[in-house]
Design a protein around this ligand. Structure first.
Ligand code: SF4
Length: 800
C-alpha cells in the first residue's frame, strides 16, 4: 500500500469498468479510492509505540513540517500556533491554557494540520488540466494531500471530465443563478464543517435564512449530536461544564470512549498534570490506547529521556457499546455502598435540592441484574468495583468522552448515563469536577453557537430577524442524514459545503455518492483537493479560501477571526503567513460574494461585513447571548469564557433541576458468526485527512485496510493472521460490503472488531441512526467476515 502503488498501473480492474464518455461512470468505483490487488502484501504489523508523544513525536513534527513548509515557514507558523497573538490550530477543539503559554503550544497532529495547510505545494489550473477527474479519483487520499493548495476558483462543466479555471465573479453568478432558479429555497443545502470561524459561520447562517431555508447541517450532526441532545435534556446545556483548569484539580478523571492520544493529543498534558497531582485516571474503551498507558511530554526534557508518566491507573475493556451496562454496574455498586454505609456515599443534599427523578432511576439500577451487567459490558465485577471505589472516593470527578460514546443507536442514553453517574455525587457545578464532551474539529462548537444548526431556537431566529429586519424561516431544516436522503430522492438541487469532505465523512459511501450526483450544482469552499471535489453534481465549483495560518486583509485593513473551543472560550485567531495564492478569498468574502450574487433584495450590508469583521461581531453580539462587548473582550489575550450555567450550579431545565434518567441496557443481536465493528482513527490522520498510512500506536505501517480482531474470535471463525477478508455489514435486511482488509490479531474484547474510518463508512446504513439525535451509528456495526474473493474485487461496491 505504498503511495506509488496507487497509480493507474495498479488499477486494471477499474480501467475495465470505466466508460470515459459517461462523466460519472468512474465515480462509483472511485468513492473509496484505489485498492491494492490481493497478492500485494498490504499493511505491516510491527511493534506498537505504547508511550505516547516523546522523542519520536518531535522527530515526526519537525520532519513533516520541514518537508511541507520548509524551515523558515515552519518556524514562522508554528511559533504562532495557539499563541494568544497567533492563530488557532485548525485541527481539534482542545482548549489552550488560560494563563501563560509555552513557546511550542501544539501537538504533533496540530503541527501536521498546519503544515498540510501551509505547504508550499500548489494545485494550479495547469495541474488540473493535466489530470482528468476519472484519473484523479483513482488516487489515494494521501495523494490528494500531497497535491497541495488549490490556487484558483475551478469549475467542472456539465459532462466534462476536467476542472477549468473560472473568475470569482462568474463563479458567484453561477451559484446565484442556480439558487434563484430553484422552485423553493429548501431545495438548497448549506453544509458547514467545524473549521469555519464564528464570523464565516454567522454570515453563512444569515445568508441561508435570508435566502429562505434552515437547511444548515453540520459535521456536529455526525460527531456530538448525541451529546448536545442528551445533555440539553438533563442539565439544560449541551456543552462541556468544565474549564481547562479543572483537570489539574480533579481527584479522578473517567475517559470514556475516547482516544485522546490520537484525537485530542494536548489533553494528555492536562491528564499528566492531573496524574502528577495524584488524580486517578480511568480509561473505559474497547481498545487500550497508547496515550492512556504512558505519556512523554515533548516539552519536558526529563520526560523524554525517562519512562514518561503512567496515565490510566485502571483500564476497563468494555465491549463495544457496553457503556450503559458498565455505568449501571458502577452506579449499582455506589448505591449498594451508600445503603450499607447509611447514606454516606451519594451527595444527598445535592440530589434532594438540585435534581429530579432520582427514585425511578435508583429503582431501575437496583432491579438490573449483575449477570446482565457483566455479560453486556464484558467487564468483570472486580474491575467494576474498582472503578466504583475510585468514583466514591473522589471529591472532584470529571467525565470526558468522544464518539465512542455518541455514535451508537443508544448514543443519547450513553451520554445521559454519564450524566447520571456524575449527578450521584454532585460532580457538576464545582471546581475540579464536571462533564466534558470533547469536540473533534476546531470550531465545531462555535459554529453551532452562532447559528449553524437546522433547528436553532425560536429565540435565536427572532433575535436574528430583529437585528436584520427580516423574517427568518421557522420550519426546521435538514440535518446531515436527512440531507443525504433528500438528495437521493432528487429533492436537493444545490449543495454548498463550507469546508469539509462531505462524501467521505458521511456514512453509506455508495449511497451518498449516488445522492450527490443527483444535484444540479455542488459547491465546495476548500483549501485542498479531496474526494468530495471529484464526486459531484452536474456542475461543480471549487472556491479556494484562505487557511487559518494566512493573513487576511480586507478593505479596512488586516482582519482576525474568532473561534470557540471545547470549554466555551472564545478567542481570536490571526494568520501570519502570506496567502498561498493571490486568487484566494476569505470565507466571509466568499459567503458575502455568493449572498450579493443571489439575493436581489436583502436587508444586509454584505460588503460592509466583508470589509470589516468587527461589524460581523457587532451583529453576533446583538443576536447571541453571552457575547457582550465582543469586539473588546475578544481582543484581550486569551479571549473570554461564554456563560456556562451548569458550571455555576444552575440547570436551565423546565424544573431548574438536573434530571436523572432511566436507560435500558441495549441488546446486540450478534452471535452466529457476527461481530460488532467500531470505526477508529489512526494516529496519522485528522478526521478525513490522511497524512500517512501508518499508525505507530497500533503497530501498523504502510496500509490502512486492516481489521483488528480478537484472537479467540479468529480461531472460532477460522480466520488467520494476515488473511485478506471482506467485511459485510448487516442492517435490517440489507447487507453492505467493504472489500479487502488484512486481519490483525489485537487486544480487543471478544465479539468486537475495529477498522479505520473513513474506509469502513461504506458499511454504515444511512438509516442506522441514534435515537433522538439522528446521529449515524458508526461505532456499532454488525458484521460478518468472509475470505476476500480475488476474482471480483471491485464491481460489488458500485451503486446499482
Ligand atoms: S490538541 Fe488539538 S488543538 Fe491542540 S495542537 Fe493538538 S490537534 Fe491542535
Amino acid at each position: 500500500m505504498h503511495l506509488h502503488e496507487h497509480d493507474e498501473n495498479n488499477a486494471p480492474n477499474q480501467a475495465k469498468t470505466q466508460k470515459p464518455s459517461d462523466p460519472n461512470a468512474h465515480l462509483a468505483r472511485g468513492v473509496e479510492g484505489a485498492q491494492p490487488p490481493l497478492e500485494q502484501e498490504g499493511a505491516h504489523l510491527g511493534p506498537r509505540h505504547t508511550v505516547a508523544a516523546g522523542l519520536y513525536s518531535i522527530y515526526e513534527t519537525a520532519h513533516f513540517g520541514i518537508k511541507e513548509m520548509g524551515m523558515d515557514r515552519s518556524l514562522q507558523a508554528l511559533l504562532k500556533l495557539n499563541q494568544k497573538d497567533g492563530f488557532d490550530c485548525p485541527s481539534c477543539a482542545w482548549p489552550d491554557p488560560d494563563g501563560e503559554r509555552k513557546t511550542a503550544e501544539f501537538c504533533e497532529n496540530g503541527a501536521k494540520a498546519v503544515a498540510s495547510e501551509a505547504t508550499t505545494k500548489r494545485l494550479t489550473p495547469e495541474v488540473f488540466a493535466q489530470h482528468p477527474i476519472p484519473e484523479l479519483i483513482k488516487q489515494s487520499d494521501v495523494h490528494f494531500e500531497e497535491l497541495g493548495r488549490i490556487t484558483h476558483p475551478m469549475l467542472r462543466r456539465k459532462g466534462s471530465d476536467y476542472y477549468e479555471p473560472i473568475s470569482w465573479e462568474q463563479a458567484f453568478d453561477l451559484v446565484g443563478q442556480e439558487l434563484r432558479s430553484l422552485d423553493s429555497p429548501n431545495q438548497a443545502v448549506f453544509y458547514t464543517s467545524g473549521r469555519a470561524s464564528n464570523e464565516a459561520a454567522f454570515m453563512y447562517g444569515l445568508f441561508a435564512r435570508q435566502f429562505g431555508t434552515n437547511n444548515l447541517p453540520d459535521c456536529s450532526n455526525m460527531c456530538h449530536e448525541s451529546s448536545g441532545t442528551g445533555l440539553s435534556e438533563v442539565i439544560g446545556f449541551g456543552k462541556a461544564t468544565v474549564r481547562i483548569e479543572d483537570f489539574a484539580l480533579a481527584d479522578s478523571i473517567f475517559v470514556i470512549g475516547q482516544n485522546p492520544g490520537t484525537c485530542h493529543p494536548r489533553m494528555l498534558t492536562e491528564l499528566q498534570k492531573a496524574a502528577h497531582n495524584g488524580c486517578r485516571i480511568v480509561s473505559i474503551n474497547p481498545l487500550k490506547e497508547s496515550g492512556l498507558i504512558r505519556f512523554k511530554n515533548p516539552q519536558h526534557p526529563f520526560d523524554i529521556l525517562g519512562h514518561g508518566t503512567r496515565m490510566a491507573c485502571l483500564f476497563l475493556p468494555v465491549r463495544i457499546n457496553g457503556d450503559v451496562a458498565l455505568l449501571k454496574g458502577i452506579m449499582k455498586e455506589m448505591l449498594e455502598e451508600d445503603r450499607r454505609t447509611g447514606r454516606r456515599v451519594l451527595a444527598w443534599d445535592f440530589i434532594e435540592h438540585h435534581t429530579e427523578c432520582f427514585d425511578a432511576f435508583a429503582r431501575n439500577i437496583e432491579q438490573e441484574s449483575w449477570d446482565r451487567i457483566i455479560e453486556n459490558s464484558g467487564v468483570s465485577r472486580d474491575l467494576i468495583r474498582q472503578a466504583a471505589e475510585i468514583a466514591m472516593s473522589s471529591e472532584r470527578m470529571i467525565c470526558s468522552w468522544a464518539m465512542g460514546v455518541t455514535q451508537h443507536k443508544n448514543g443519547v442514553s450513553n451520554v445521559q448515563s454519564i450524566a447520571n453517574f456524575a449527578l450521584l455525587r454532585g460532580q457538576i457545578g464545582r471546581r475540579g469536577a464536571g462533564l466534558c464532551p470533547v469536540r473533534g474539529h476546531s470550531n465545531v462548537q462555535g459554529d453551532r453557537t452562532v447559528g449553524i444548526w437546522e433547528k436553532m431556537s425560536p429565540e435565536f431566529l427572532s433575535a436574528l430577524g430583529k437585528e436584520f429586519n427580516f423574517s427568518p424561516p421557522e420550519k426546521h431544516g435538514l440535518d446531515t442524514v436527512c440531507t443525504i436522503e433528500s438528495m437521493h430522492k432528487g429533492a436537493v438541487k444545490v449543495f454548498v459545503s463550507l469546508g469539509g469532505n462531505f462524501l467521505v465523512s458521511t456514512p453509506d459511501t455508495n449511497y451518498i455518492s449516488e445522492a450527490i450526483q443527483k444535484c444540479r450544482l455542488t459547491v465546495q469552499i476548500s483549501t485542498k483537493l479531496n474526494r468530495a471535489h471529484l464526486v459531484t453534481g452536474e456542475q461543480a465549483l471549487i472556491l479556494p479560501c484562505l487557511g487559518r495560518s494566512e493573513q487576511d486583509v480586507q478593505a479596512s485593513g488586516p482582519q482576525f477571526v474568532t473561534v470557540e473551543d471545547t470549554t466555551g472560550v472564545v478567542h481570536m485567531s490571526r494568520g501570519v503567513l502570506p496567502p498561498a495564492s493571490e486568487h484566494l478569498r476569505s470565507e466571509p468574502a466568499i459567503i458575502g460574494g455568493i449572498a450579493q450574487a443571489t439575493l436581489k433584495r436583502t436587508t444586509v450590508d454584505w460588503q460592509g461585513l466583508i470589509d470589516n469583521y468587527d461589524r460581523i461581531r457587532e451583529h453576533i453580539e446583538h443576536v447571541v447571548p453571552g457575547f457582550t462587548q465582543y469586539n473588546t473582550r475578544v481582543r484581550q489575550p486569551g479571549g473570554f469564557y461564554l456563560p456556562n450555567p451548569p458550571n455555576q450550579g444552575k440547570f436551565r431545565t423546565p424544573s431548574a433541576r438536573a434530571r436523572f434518567t432511566v436507560h435500558a441496557i441495549p441488546e446486540h443481536h450478534v452471535g452466529n458468526g457476527k461481530l460488532l465493528l467500531t470505526t477508529i482513527r489512526s494516529h496519522d490522520q485528522f478526521n478525513t485527512t490522511i497524512y500517512s498510512e501508518n499508525d505507530r500506536y497500533r503497530g501498523i505501517s504502510h496500509g490502512r485496510r486492516v481489521v483488528f480482531l480478537n484472537s479467540g474470535d479468529m480461531s472460532r471463525l477460522g480466520i488467520e493472521k494476515d488473511q485478506w477478508v471482506d467485511l459485510i455489514s448487516h442492517f435490517e435486511t440489507e447487507t453492505r460490503r467493504a472489500e479487502r482488509f488484512k486481519v490483525v490479531p489485537y487486544d480487543i474484547p471478544q465479539g468486537c472488531a475495529a477498522a479505520y474510518f473513513p474506509e469502513t463508512n461504506v458499511l454504515v446504513s444511512i438509516r442506522d441512526v441514534a435515537d433522538g439525535s439522528n446521529q449515524p451509528v458508526s461505532k456499532s456495526i454488525v458484521i460478518t467476515i468472509e475470505p476476500a474473493n480475488s476474482h471480483t474485487p471491485t464491481e460489488r461496491l458500485a451503486p446499482q
